[in-house]
Design a binder for this molecule. Structure first.
Ligand SMILES: Nc1nc(=O)c2c([nH]1)NC[C@@H]1CN(c3ccc(C(=O)N[C@@H](CCC(=O)O)C(=O)O)cc3)CN21
Ligand SMILES: CC(C)C(=O)C(=O)O
Ligand SMILES: [Mg+2]
Length: 277
């Protein structure tokens, strides 16, 4: 059996030069499978808005949505560290509501840490959440909750100004007390500079091979989400084709009465059956 992965294991992994593995999950069955396969951390991401709920962006996701899915994931995951994404507007207004929302994701959602997007502008919120003894993961670069500021899901940190801002944000997040930082959609060399500068681990998604760990949306890497496919997604299998083919076969077999056959059918004693007519 694997050992329970904790926020201190994140730091230990970086110090031992061992890569950290993270995937998203939004439900019990998926969490149970990827946990049993040995994943070290599960993110209940606000990507659930797009992947599970069919929204156009992550902006509509609520704290209650995250809690609902966190609870399901927590029932399925034995060893993985569960991180709950703080949704848009749940940490932007005031510190009191921010700590309450983070606390609810821990207390009601059964997560062990929260993640929030942004740099220097969220440092005061990170400090307040950390003071409440809740571990915080940062998230820089292509932060999807900023889609309206970015004008779309666009790679960040390509200009000198942007790159320097992201480096500075990473340093300030570490000072504020985050235990790790997700780097999303930035050039690999920029992610490498940040990774070398920090003592806490970086978890990359579209940030190259030199981060201390990697995260992907599970539905993407299983090939069962195809509304869009970011360049950083590798499909390790093609569940979309499997699901399509299985569904078509089921439809065809029900129509032709091939299914259900004897092996999937219950019988009754002949003597009892006679008395039923
Ligand atoms: N299924 C899924 N996977 C994700 O990785 C993901 C979500 N949903 N929802 C929330 C955000 C949105 N993300 C996205 C969405 C699209 C691109 C994308 O199309 N990127 C372009 C680059 C565009 C540019 O820089 O001009 C690409 O080609 O990768 C990237 C990240 C990442 N997150
Ligand atoms: C893509 C990851 C980092 C995320 O924030 C999410 O799934 O919501
Ligand atoms: Mg997210």
């Amino acid at each position: 059996m694997n050992k329970k992965f904790t926020v201190t294991s994140f730091l230990e992994a970086k110090n031992k030069n061992e890569k950290i593995t993270m995937l998203t999950a939004y439900d019990y069955s998926t969490a149970k499978l990827i946990d049993e396969a040995g994943i070290e951390s599960i993110l209940v991401g606000d990507s659930l808005g797009m992947v599970v709920l069919g929204y156009e962006s992550t902006l509509e996701v609520t704290v209650d949505d995250i809690i609902h899915h966190c609870r399901a994931v927590a029932r399925g995951a034995k060893n993985a560290l569960i991180v709950g994404d703080m949704p848009f507007l749940s940490y932007h207004i005031n510190t009191e509501d921010t700590v309450r929302n983070a606390g609810r994701i821990i207390q009601e959602g059964k997560a062990q840490a929260v993640k929030l997007e942004g740099g220097v502008e969220v440092v005061d919120k990170i400090k307040a959440i950390t003071k409440a003894q809740i571990p915080v993961m940062g998230h820089l670069g292509l932060t999807p909750q900023s889609i309206n500021m970015f004008g779309g899901f666009k790679v960040q940190g390509k200009s000198e100004y942007q790159a320097k801002k992201i480096i500075n944000d990473a340093v300030e997040l570490e000072k504020a007390g985050v235990f790790a930082i997700v780097l999303e959609g930035i050039p690999a060399k920029l992610a490498q500079i940040i990774t070398e500068k920090l003592t806490i681990p970086t978890i990359g998604i579209g940030a190259g091979n030199n981060c201390d760990g990697q995260v992907l949306v599970t539905n993407d890497m299983l090939g069962m989400f195809s509304d869009f496919t970011p360049k950083f997604v590798k499909k390790y299998t093609n569940l979309k084709d499997s699901i399509m083919n299985a569904t078509k076969q089921y439809i065809s077999e029900v129509k032709s009465t091939e299914f259900p056959s004897k092996e999937h059918t219950f019988s009754i004693d002949e003597d009892i059956l006679k008395k039923l007519y």
